[in-house]
Design a binder for this molecule. Structure first.
Ligand code: NDP
Length: 481
């Protein structure tokens, strides 16, 4: 069976302790490769390699960093098909989604931050004839990047690219559930000529490898994307060491659909925002609030389209829904259907697992599910499920929609559907959310600030926000008198 390797000091290495954990193909429900079960020794080796490389990399001309990151992007583009199939096998997502979203975005992340470092400028503050200040933005040194399983290479590169572009050395950990494309990525970094030690990728369990990164006293910043509970634990450990923290956490995103929306456009986008990637995107809208005059029309069409979705082998180009990422996760997601029923909800589409034939008979498949009849305050509507389950609920007034939308501890993303420009902007202003999409969903401009409010996170990624996070600002004051 294939063994995935760590990438430390420019080499592909086995874990020091020689231990491995199983890596599952979720569509087959079978182990298909082995992941290093790394520990603190591997992180220490990765840290030492990063520390040795940090100064030279930080002093490299921005043009040279641009050139190498851009070359990595070219190699991702070259290997699009292989990387997309690997992502689909490892995660269970439809290969078409990986080919059109995940892998192209990984390459865009590298290219975007490669070029943005060429345009990143420092500020100056004049003090009339007394003098002036200028601000240097210098690399932090060695930083840690920890990413989740839902958009594996996409989110991994979203952190690594700005960290490297700003001249930091990185110790990174992909999710233990989906490590494979990060492993392929390490081979591309070697091929692209990334100097040894600049990026180190250590595979393994969150509680061992992730926590060793977080508590390492000399890893000075942590950029983390994952669940809110894990984020709180990282903050607890890192805060006393005064580490810089960027935390992109969970969500329970509302879709507010007003009666005056463009119905067809809203409906096709709502299908995607509900079930893309099996509902396992932090930005998916899982609470759908529909204004009463169109509630029944919406419900009937939504149920019809949801029941027609093809849940098939994710490597089939026609697959619209693949497998849920793991046995543990499908158990959790299915338990929310039982909870919703206990809370008085009615399952109006899906609600069951899908038993596939042949080699997929042990795979983790379920039907996209719609539940109605629940109040916005119940657990099903307050807790993050992170699967293909949405609830729908009618509302009458704008105030009521806002009350429902803002009622959870989360505040990552929201969508608003209306043709009334004033109403759209008014509602966007009042939503407690880091991101609001008006008459669209998941339209991304990588220059914009990305992140959540409340329990959805601290800090912003994207554009110059990420470059600022991965640098220390130093003010230099010059006296002219
Ligand atoms: P987790 O929080 O379980 O894990 C995220 C990463 O942290 C994984 O690499 C994990 O390793 C690691 N980890 C786990 N425990 C620790 C620890 N104690 N210290 C350091 N690292 C640790 O999240 P999931 O992987 O389950 O991802 C799903 C979650 O991510 C959802 O809540 C989703 O909303 C959120 N998310 C947020 C996004 C955003 O931009 N706000 C985007 C995408 C997802 P391991 O895999 O080995 O457990």
């Amino acid at each position: 069976m294939e063994k995935i390797a760590n990438y430390i000091n420019g080499e592909l290495l086995a874990p020091v302790a020689g231990k491995y954990i199983d890596n599952y193909n979720p569509a087959l429900g079978e182990v298909y490769s082995l992941i290093p079960d790394s520990d603190e020794q591997d992180i220490e080796n990765a840290y030492k390699a990063a520390a040795a490389a940090a100064q030279a990399w930080g002093n490299t001309q921005a043009e040279e960093r641009f050139r190498i990151l851009n070359r990595i992007a070219d190699l991702i583009d070259r290997d699009l098909d292989q990387l997309a199939m690997a992502e689909s096998t490892d995660n269970g997502k439809p290969v078409k989604l990986a080919k059109t979203v995940d892998i192209p975005r990984a390459s865009s992340n590298m290219r975007f931050f490669a070029t943005s470092i060429l345009h990143f400028a420092n500020e100056a503050h004049g003090m009339e004839d007394r003098g002036f200040n200028y601000t240097l933005r210098q690399p932090i040194g060695v930083v840690g990047c920890i990413s989740p399983w839902n958009l594996p290479l996409y989110l991994f590169t979203w952190k690594i690219a700005p960290a490297l572009a700003t001249g930091n050395a990185v110790v990174a950990k992909p999710s233990e559930v989906t490590p494979y494309t990060a492993y392929l990525f390490s081979k591309l970094c070697i091929e692209a000529g990334l100097p040894k030690g600049v990026l180190n990728i250590v595979h393994g369990l969150g509680g061992k490898v992730g926590s060793a990164i977080t508590k390492h006293p000399r890893i000075k910043a942590i950029s983390f994307t994952g669940g809110t509970v894990t984020g709180a634990e990282i903050a607890r450990v890192a805060a006393p060491m005064f580490k810089k923290l960027s935390l992109e956490l969970g969500g329970k995103n509302p879709n507010i659909i007003f009666a005056d929306c463009d119905f067809d456009k809203m409906m096709s986008t709502t299908m995607r925002s509900s079930f893309a990637n099996q509902g396992q995107i932090c930005l998916c809208g899982s609470r759908i609030y529909v204004q009463r005059p169109i509630y029944e029309k919406f419900r009937d069409e939504f149920v019809k389209r949801t029941e027609a979705m093809r849940v098939v082998d994710p490597s089939d180009e026609k697959s619209q829904m693949g497998a849920i990422v793991s046995q543990g996760h499908i158990d959790k997601v299915m338990s929310y259907i039982e909870l919703a029923k206990e809370e008085g909800g009615k399952v109006i589409a899906g609600g069951t697992r899908v038993q596939m034939d042949g080699k997929f008979s042990k795979g983790y498949f379920m039907r996209p599910t719609i539940i109605e009849g629940l109040p916005h305050t119940c657990r099903t509507n307050q807790e993050e499920i992170f699967g293909p389950i949405v609830t729908i609920q009618p509302f009458d007034t704008e105030e009521e929609a806002l009350e429902y939308a803002n009622s959870t501890q989360y505040g990552l993303a929201a969508t608003v559907w209306t043709q009334d420009v004033n109403k759209a902007h008014r509602v966007a202003t009042k939503l407690e959310s880091g991101i609001v999409w008006i008459n669209c969903w998941l339209v991304r401009d990588l220059r914009t600030p990305f992140g959540g409010v409340k329990s959805s996170g601290v800090g912003r990624e994207g554009g110059f926000e990420a470059l600022r996070f991965f640098t220390e600002a130093k003010n230099v004051c010059v006296n002219l008198s």
